[in-house]
Write a new protein. Structure first.
Length: 610
């Protein structure tokens, strides 16, 4: 995307400059008709503003900083066209051309990701270096250094595009790359959660056009693109930080103030006001200034930025970082504005809590939150309870008792009544912030099978983390860089290319083949996508549950005992009903359901009932 700089020479001695215009362009036929355009330039607020073609200016807002002016225009019923803004100060004036583009047909009703999808989470800098020429950029501070586990390694958008066939072959139907917008921090910028320009893809990842091409390539394969969006904070190198539009654009104490990370203060009826304020208003870390979503200018800026990316890059969803740290009412208004514009769009928020009610609080139309007359409008939440049980080592608990073993899984799912939409919950065993699954279970393939089968067959939307499907491990105790290792084969010169069957080791192929079989099977199983669930209290550390609808039934058996177990099938007759046999999806072995079922220790069976 070209930067929109425009100069008009008024006389030999007088000219004016607009340094930035955000959003840089817009579209016609949007539900969001009141478009607030931010113009930034030296003393630009000294000018009177008009616009061409009969467009109505509904408001001009100036702030204490004369270098900003926010102009709101009414775009309702406007055709796609180029508008001309005129800025006049006495006899001096200059103009700026602004484009309203034609909106894509049916853009408003785009379908977001849902429970039929499997999401592949990519650490963008660590997946694949498709274009080594963009590893460094003269205008960006941090340079690539693969020897530094906490530095930039050169993964980019081109690397993702070149390996979409690999991702698709795994059974994934959507990707979630970690943020791709510019992050110009001096170090640690590879994760890109401290952004310095939210309208521009980081040049070390590629260009805005590359990101649009990524969506196009995905859509050609019937796959979806989910953007990792950050509403809570920017990076301290964001271009506004040296010249804020308003003092209260950020939460100031003055300047830096640390969050207490106690998200429970957002709904705790006994919380003190100071603790609540410090959670919401405090900065996540010192290098990430906290945005004030209760400032109408900030909130509208974030709403329009999000809509701009959806429309421009043809997105299919957002994963919102640190959702529950943002201003509670501001983030709800942001979410509602996005879903009002795109009613079928999906947004999953990160509310990193280990309590069912506290997670359910953040889902749209939560009855828990309704007690406090609050609605986040957030369609999807992340099931940190399930993740915590898996990463806590449940499959290492060989002997069951009242609160150990797979009873933890059973007990977790008994709380599903708390969620307004239990099918729209993100399921995961790990992500880019947690210990690696294969680290927790020391690359025990059987335990990997158990965890992945669980994620693939219970209610919700499975998310898998890049590299685990080939056995990649990583210890968070050694730092985030260790759980975000380079995918083997993603860089020229890598001796192990795990993107191809021939390039993978025997062990890597074992992990990959199982994962691909499981998730490719899931693709076409509506009974798993939206079927009902019945589960049975575990016995002898064996968990049995059924997913079923009017036409299909699937029986899942997870034996967490080290020893072989035999199950009496008459216990499950209410779900087996008239089915005579079950065929295991992994071995294709058929079991007679009139007889006992024997299952090996530390293993799974997934029966399609016949």
């Amino acid at each position: 995307m070209k930067k929109l700089y425009f100069f008009l020479l008024i006389s030999v001695s007088a000219f004016a400059q607009i340094d930035r215009v955000e959003p840089p362009f817009w579209w016609n036929n949007m539900t969001h008709n009141d478009l607030q355009i931010m113009f930034y330039g030296k003393n630009i607020a000294q000018n009177e503003v008009t616009v061409s073609n009969g467009i109505v200016i509904k408001g001009v807002q100036k702030t204490e900083n004369p270098n900003y002016v926010f102009v709101t225009i009414d775009t309702e019923n406007s055709p796609a066209q180029d508008l001309v803004f005129t800025f006049k100060n006495g006899k001096k004036s200059f103009t700026h051309k602004y484009s309203l583009k034609s909106r894509k047909e049916n853009s408003r009703f785009r379908k977001g990701f849902d429970s039929s999808d499997v999401i592949y989470l990519i650490m963008s800098d660590r997946f694949a270096n498709g274009n080594p020429n963009n590893d460094n950029n003269d205008k960006l501070t941090e340079k690539a250094n693969r020897n530094n586990k906490d530095g930039r390694h050169g993964g980019d958008i081109e690397g993702i595009i070149k390996n979409l066939d690999y991702i698709q072959s795994l059974g994934a139907t959507a990707i979630w790359p970690t943020p791709l917008c510019e992050d110009n921090d001096e170090r640690g910028s590879y994760h890109t959660y401290g952004q310095s320009d939210v309208y521009k893809i980081d040049a070390r990842f590629g260009t805005n056009e590359d990101y649009v091409r990524l969506s196009a390539e995905l859509h050609q394969r019937g796959m979806k693109n989910i953007m990792d969006y950050v509403t809570n904070h920017w990076g301290y190198k964001h271009w506004m930080m040296n010249d804020l539009p308003t003092y209260d654009w950020l939460h100031q104490f003055p300047g830096y103030g640390q969050t207490n990370y106690k998200m429970t203060t957002q709904f705790d009826p006994n919380a003190s006001a100071i603790d609540t304020k410090n959670c919401m208003d405090g900065w996540f870390v010192k290098s990430m200034p906290d945005l004030n979503q209760n400032n109408p200018l900030v909130l509208n800026y974030l709403i329009q930025n999000a809509i701009w990316w959806i429309e421009y890059a043809d997105l299919d969803g957002f994963r919102v970082d640190t959702y529950s740290y943002a201003d509670k009412n501001g983030i709800a208004n942001w979410t509602k504005a996005i879903t009002d514009e795109y009613p079928n769009f999906n947004i999953v928020g990160e509310a990193w809590l280990y309590n069912h009610a506290q997670i359910a609080y953040w889902q749209k139309d939560s009855k828990v939150a309704a007690i406090q007359s609050y609605n986040s409008h957030l369609p999807s939440v992340m099931d940190f309870m399930l993740q915590g049980i898996i990463s806590g080592g449940v499959f290492n608990e060989n002997k069951a008792n009242w609160n150990e073993g797979v009873i933890k899984l059973y007990d977790s799912f008994t709380n599903d009544f708390l969620y307004p939409d239990v099918y729209n919950i993100l399921l995961f065993a790990e992500n880019h912030d947690t210990n690696r699954l294969n680290e927790v279970y020391k690359n025990d393939f059987k335990k990997y099978q158990m965890a992945m089968t669980l994620i693939a067959t219970v209610r919700g939307i499975p998310q898998i983390y890049y590299g685990s499907e080939i056995g990649m491990a990583g210890d968070k105790g050694k730092g985030d860089g260790d759980i975000r290792r380079d995918f083997p084969g993603g860089w020229n010169g890598d001796t192990n290319n795990a993107f191809t069957k021939a390039g993978r080791t025997e062990e890597q192929n074992k992990f990959f083949d199982f994962t691909a079989k499981l998730f490719n099977w899931r693709k076409n199983k509506t009974v798993i996508h939206n079927g009902k669930t019945t589960h049975y209290i575990p016995e002898n550390n064996v968990y049995v549950y059924f997913r079923y609808n009017e036409t299909e039934s699937v029986m899942v058996v997870i034996n967490n005992n080290e020893e072989k177990q035999t199950l009496k099938t008459n216990r499950f007759l209410e779900n087996i009903k008239n089915h005579q046999s079950g065929k295991d999806i992994f071995t294709e072995t058929t079991f007679d359901l009139k007889n006992d079922i024997t299952i090996e220790g530390k293993s799974v069976l997934v029966f399609e009932l016949k």
